[in-house]
Design a protein. Structure first.
Length: 76
């Protein structure tokens, strides 16, 4: 099979989508990741496929950006 050439953005998008399909616990959180798909459109299409419960726009707050995923990783 010949090698496929894709951009870094496409590779990142495909890798994230693959992992999110494999594991329903995986989510993405960040500034402008859901509706905007990031400034460079790296995450385009992910909110449509996985919804806003798994592709989440974070508040513009360092504490929020770090606190939410840390809290999500804690198992009670």
């Amino acid at each position: 099979m010949p090698a496929r050439e894709i951009t870094f953005s496409q590779a990142i998008n495909e890798a994230l989508a693959e992992e999110m399909r494999r594991d329903p616990r995986v989510f993405i959180i960040g500034e402008d990741v859901a509706e905007a798909g990031t400034p460079f459109k790296v995450l385009s299409g992910l909110v449509k496929e996985f919804g806003t419960k798994r592709v989440i726009d974070s508040p513009i707050s360092e504490a929020g950006i770090t606190g939410i995923p840390v809290s999500a990783s804690v198992r009670l």
